[in-house]
Ligand binder design. Sequence first.
Ligand SMILES: Nc1nc2c(c(=O)[nH]1)N[C@@H](CN(C=O)c1ccc(C(=O)N[C@@H](CCC(=O)O)C(=O)O)cc1)CN2
Ligand SMILES: [Mg+2]
Length: 299
Amino acid sequence: MSADVIDGKAFAANIREKVAAEVARMKETAGVTPGLAVVLVGEDPASQVYVRSKGRMTREVGMESFEHRLNDDVSEQELLDLVETLNADPKVHGILVQLPLPGHMDSEKVINTIDPRKDVDGFHIQNAGRLMTGQKSMVPCTPLGCLMLLRDRLGDLAGLEAVVIGRSNIVGKPMAQLLLNERCTVTITHSKTKDLQAHLKRADIVVAAVGRAEMVKGDWLKPGACVIDVGINRLEPEPGKEKGRLVGDVDFASASEVAGAITPVPGGVGPMTIACLLANTVTACCRENGLAEPEGLTA
Ligand SMILES: Nc1nc2c(c(=O)[nH]1)N[C@@H](CN(C=O)c1ccc(C(=O)N[C@@H](CCC(=O)O)C(=O)O)cc1)CN2
Ligand SMILES: [Mg+2]
């Protein structure tokens, strides 16, 4: 293996330390404690794990955590009412509704009901528009985490060729926009892209977020490329095992023979998502209270 393995777990722990120091400073100098409300609808096992981690890490950095769990048969109106209550609560600086929502709910409507200033997921249409037009916004956590890892590895990204695989509103599109804001030359590819390999051969940066296990092979990459793997896919369990292995969208074994640096799965991008959520909550709280925003926690 020639690639450096990017330790997202350690990087995320470092971000959480910075957040904790910032929270302590805000309490001491301004008497303000950032508060994060997380709403979980239903009992999706993975979502329950993520929400539990979010609550625990929020408390660990000294912020206030407000957890709201609703049954999966709750009406959309009841969820919207809860969001409005949180919008009006001065102790809540960040609101996150865990996705996916049950099928009877309109996720876009729910997200767009969150006060954009408290939208620490950065999914509200106003934040998407602000990011696109280069205005101050809340930036989606996973792409923000990817950007932090890329900057740490590569420094100035201007002029680099970047290929984003996947065009979701949550990762692909905001990622491409962030890279464009860094003045990369950005290509967004997706399931209908005719010759993905031809695009990848030119890419100094690859961000894979398609949700297809081990799809990107090492010989598709430009030697030395920096590969950020956003995928979290569980393989079928091997005989005698209860759970299958977690893998990314990139075939780690072959890619690490060619790439200059690569994020593993698990332990790469995943931990950055929650660290950036905490960072966004600090940012939202600073903006709400007219406090200076800390360096290194935003895009
Ligand atoms: N409202 C939101 N919903 C969802 C988001 C989001 O950012 N906002 N992202 C994902 C889930 N997610 C956080 O909510 C998340 C996913 C993965 C990880 C993580 O640390 N993954 C680990 C592996 C975990 C495992 O063993 O299963 C890793 O990659 O190392 C954190 C957060 C969908 N919903
Ligand atoms: Mg990862």
